[in-house]
Design a protein around this ligand. Sequence first.
Ligand SMILES: CC(C)(COP(=O)(O)OP(=O)(O)OC[C@H]1O[C@@H](n2cnc3c(N)ncnc32)[C@H](O)[C@@H]1OP(=O)(O)O)[C@@H](O)C(=O)NCCC(=O)NCCS
Length: 208
Amino acid sequence: MADGLLLVGASGLAREVLAAGITGVVGILDDDARLHGTHIAGIPVVGAVDDASARTESLLVCVGPSQARRALVARLGRRGVGDDRYATFVARSARIGASSDVGFGSILLDGVVVTADASIGRHVVIMPNCTITHDDVLSDFATLAAGVSLGGTVQVGEAAYLGMNASVRQGLAIGSESTVGMGAVVLEHVPAEATWAGVPAREIGARA
Ligand SMILES: CC(C)(COP(=O)(O)OP(=O)(O)OC[C@H]1O[C@@H](n2cnc3c(N)ncnc32)[C@H](O)[C@@H]1OP(=O)(O)O)[C@@H](O)C(=O)NCCC(=O)NCCS
């Protein structure tokens, strides 16, 4: 892996990653040409997303919405950007149990706690103060907004999105590409591609 790291996406998430003390960032890539040559939190925006294929730095995709992040990684893959290019960022104050693992491309912000035997996939984003407990499985491109709590043995499907402070009872599954609203209390399995919210959580029909 080459020296230096590029953040992909001049986003709020990129600024949060910088604020959480990531080191080694030499630039940001973004398709908004108006940003090229400007600085974000002191870091220069050095080019467009596709420029990643002609560069050698490692990469961290900072796109908050799960499916947009997955689409961007797929696009980079079509341009020859391999899995070996992706870094992982775990904020210093995050705690990951020794028996849990985190896949490449993933971002864990401040105060995240991952306890025992949990598995965090690739390009997963976990925002501040989330609690991931024993035997939870977060599939690739899942996103947990700030303060989400998962009981034990919860499965979060690929590219699912859980809003701020949602709680999921132990043993449940959140389907792939589904959305759970902020503040939800999830007491049943959530099917794929659905939007559930409320206490207790019920389908509200729309997709975020
Ligand atoms: C669930 C969510 C995706 C729905 O968004 P939406 O599709 O735009 O839905 P709307 O705002 O049009 O609301 C549709 C209905 O659901 C209700 N609703 C929306 N979000 C809700 C929530 N979190 N809890 C309970 N009810 C909710 C609305 O009151 C509305 O009800 P009504 O039809 O009786 O008036 C969104 O409200 C949400 O919670 N997003 C997560 C936000 C978040 O965590 N952001 C973090 C950014 S880092």
